[in-house]
Structure formats: C-alpha cells, structure tokens
Design a protein around this ligand. Structure first.
Ligand code: FCB
Length: 443
C-alpha cells in the first residue's frame, strides 16, 4: 500500500550548533558549557569534543547544497549563544551573528525555510559560573540574547523556537549529570525547570516585541512512560518521571500550571507574575520523539525513578532505544488531546545505526530506512486520526557529535567521515528525497 502525505506537508531536517559547527575558538566565539564538559576527561566517550565536529562553520555552503538536492522545504538549526554574546551578556560579537546571517540568506536562496532554535544546550560558560539555569538572572540574559538575534534575523526568519528539549537541559545537565554542566542535585533540577520556563516566556515576549507575526514555539521532548510492573512504587516512579520528563514544560507554558507531583517542589522558585510570563500564546506545538521509556522505582535515584532497558528481543537502535512506531502514534494523539489544536510539528525523529562505507564508497542503511518508513507511517495514521501534524524534520541531516556518546553514534541521513570531512549521502537520504519531492510512502 502506498499512501500520500497532504500536499502542504513540510519536510525538514534538523541539526544543532554544537553538534555540527566546530570552529569553537573562531571569530570571537566564547566558551560554552559543552566545551568545558567535553574537555573534561571521562565525560564524553573516547574523549571526543565538538572542537571540529562536522566543520559546518566552514562547510555550510556544501551542507546547504546537500539540502537543496534533498528537496526539503525547511531546515532547523540552532544559533550558538556564545558565538553571538561570548560572555552571555552585553557586547554582541558581530562575526558570530554574520555567520547565521549568511546561512539564512543561503537557505532562502535555496528555497529552504529557516527554522531557528535559540538554544540547543550550549550555555555560555560565564553564565554557568553565575549559577547557570539555577539562577533567575540567566532567564533575563536569555531574553536579551533572543532580542539581539530577532533584531538581526527577524526580517527573514519567520519560525522561531525558544528552546530545544528544556527537560534534558534541566534533568540531564543538573540532575543526571551526564550532560553539561554535569551537576547532580534535585534542587538544581527543579530550579532549572522554572528558570527555563521563565526564559521561554520572556523570550517569546522579546521576539514579539522585535517583530510582530513571528511564528513561535518551544521544542519539547516527549517519551511516553510505562511502569515496569503495576506495583504501586513503580507507578509512583512513573508518574514522577512523566511529570519531569514530559510535562514540566508544555504544561506550564500551555496549560498554565506545573504538573503533579512536582508542582509543590517547583513553587518556591516562582515569584508573583511568573505564571503569566511563562504562559504565552504559542503558534505551534513542536516536539522531538525517539522512543517510549520503561520506568521503575529506584530508592536512591534523585527523583526515585530510573529507566529500564527494553526487554531482550525488543527491537532497538544503536542507542538501545526501543523501536515502536505505535508509541509515536499514541504520543501524537495524546498531544492533541492534552494541548489542543495547535499545528503539530515533529522537529526531531530518527535513529542511530552503525553505518559504514562499503567497497563502492556507498553507505547503505536499510535499518534507518525501515525505521523512518515505520515512523512516518505512524504520522500518516495520526493525521488520519485527526491530529494536525503539519511537518516532520528528520534527525539528523548529518552524522554529528552525539553529546556524551561523541562520534560513536550516527544519526545522519548523510554520512560524515570525521577524518576527512567527506559527506556521503546514505540510502536513507535517497529515500527521504523521494518523499520530500512528493512521492507517497510505501507501507
Ligand atoms: C535529542 C537531541 C539531539 C540529538 C538527538 C539524538 O535529544 O535534541 O540533539 O542528540 O536527541
């Protein structure tokens, strides 16, 4: 059976600044928390860093050409705050802004709509030294940064996201500690949740002040949770993990309140008036989705929950993440039920597999093609069920620096040889190109 997507369905690809740009000391860029973290022995697999990454800072023309050839209608990238304000506050670093200015012009010339995310985890280190997302001040500095970028690019960029996966920035960065800045504290997580929400609201207001009519949202991360057993303590753990990982951002931003059971713990960080700042009208509901999570009670864990690996025999990707297109379909349906009728965009979905170049210089990645085919089938099912899914962005255009896993996990539809920086479109790139050009999905 072959089934078509709606004619105005938006096909896109996503990346993030620290994962692809490299050039970390060039043109006045300041250090971010990920520079320090990746250079700390033991933090990232194989001691990898984003110092060079995909060298996109120098090779962006080639990368835009790859996208044009792919036929996508939109490209989501992030701006690096430390390139634009090297200390996170005050003076603007003109060459940093100029880089994104050139990129945006090249995208528009290639008929690709730029989707700009203002924050994909690379906080300027000097702001971390002042408390990072634990400190309210950072929300106000973020607002200034958002205004700077909008002033420069708002005439050509219509789609803006305030944050990518703020749940990960809060929980992994300040709780689990396996992401920068590597802190492990329950109070730091709850403080960071509130500061990030506040920054989102302030950012939305600043963007609208700069220019009316921008289309604004936040990129959530949704992974449906299931308790490993129906024992009461596993269910309690599951509710806690759902509140922190899935609901701590969209709930206050769209519904106007923090979810139980963490609301009381976050409340002390809120000041009068914050609730209204956080709850801004959004133009779209965007989220990233990879896999469902199984959760159990863990007495000694920070929030008394921990994730459990999928059972033996369950299909998984190279990250060990369960492959379940049906879980994806259910998330889309839940989004509509819970958050209403905003246009829905999937801004990241994809899979890591251990790709290799074959004797003919080609990269065939049938597992990724199968994954994408199944997950895109779930999108069609969700649309048929009435969910207004308007676009899908694959993660990722390029193999890149996969955070704590360094270069060991490949998510790209374009293979990157990190020794030579050669780009080789994979079979999944050809598969995606057909869809982006209007072919129906064979299911
Ligand atoms: C998401 C991140 C993205 C990438 C994918 C695999 O959580 O937003 O940068 O690492 O996972």
């Amino acid at each position: 059976m072959a089934e078509s997507f709606p004619p105005d369905f938006l096909w896109g690809a996503s990346t993030a600044a620290y994962q692809i740009e490299g050039a970390v000391r060039e043109d006045g860029r300041g250090p971010s928390i990920w520079d320090g973290f990746s250079h700390t022995p033991g933090r990232v697999l194989n001691g990898d860093t984003g110092d060079i990454a995909c060298d996109h800072y120098h090779r962006w023309r080639e990368d835009v050409a790859l996208m044009r050839e792919l036929g996508i209608g939109a490209y989501r990238f992030s701006t690096a705050w430390p390139r634009i304000q090297p200390t996170g506050r005050g003076a603007v670093n003109e060459p940093g802004l100029a880089f994104y200015d050139r990129l945006v012009d090249a995208l528009l010339a290639a008929d690709i709509e730029p989707w700009l995310c203002l924050y994909h985890w690379d906080l300027p280190q000097p702001l971390e030294d002042r408390g990072g997302w634990r400190s309210r001040d950072v929300a106000y500095w973020y607002r200034d940064y958002a205004a700077i970028v909008a002033r420069r690019l708002g005439d050509r960029v219509a789609r803006w996201a305030t944050f990518n996966e703020p749940n990960m920035a809060a929980y992994r960065g300040y709780g689990e500690g396996d992401h920068a800045p590597g802190i492990k504290s329950r109070a730091a997580v709850t403080a960071a949740i509130h500061t990030l929400n506040l920054a989102h609201g302030l950012g939305v207001m600043a963007l609208r002040e700069q220019r009316a009519g921008l289309k604004l949202g936040n990129i959530y991360n949704l992974s449906p949770r299931e308790p490993v057993t129906d024992r009461e303590e596993d269910m309690v753990a599951c509710r806690m993990s759902d509140a922190i990982m899935n609901r701590a951002f969209p709930d206050p931003q769209i519904l106007g309140h923090y979810p139980e059971p963490v609301a009381a713990e976050i409340a002390p960080f809120a000041q009068p008036g914050d609730e209204a700042i956080v709850r801004q009208k959004l133009d779209y509901f965007a989220f990233n989705h990879y896999a469902p999570s199984r959760v159990r009670w863990a007495k000694d864990a920070l929030f008394q929950f921990e994730r459990v690996a999928p059972s033996v025999g369950v299909p998984v990707t190279d990250m060990g993440w369960e492959i379940s297109p049906d879980a994806f379909r259910r998330v889309m349906i839940d989004v509509k039920a819970r958050y209403g009728d905003l246009p829905v965009y999937i801004l990241e979905n994809g899979a890591a597999f251990a790709d290799a170049v074959d004797g003919d210089g080609k990269v065939s990645d049938p597992q990724r093609v199968a994954y994408l085919r199944a997950y895109l089938g779930a999108v069609l099912d969700a649309i048929a069920a009435g969910v207004p899914v308007k676009g899908y962005f694959v993660w990722s255009l390029l193999d890149n620096f996969e955070w704590a896993f360094g270069y060991s996990r490949r998510f790209g539809i374009v293979y990157v040889d990190f020794a030579t920086q050669q780009r080789i479109p994979k079979a999944s790139y050809s598969f995606y190109r057909e869809l982006a050009r209007g072919a129906p999905l064979a299911r």
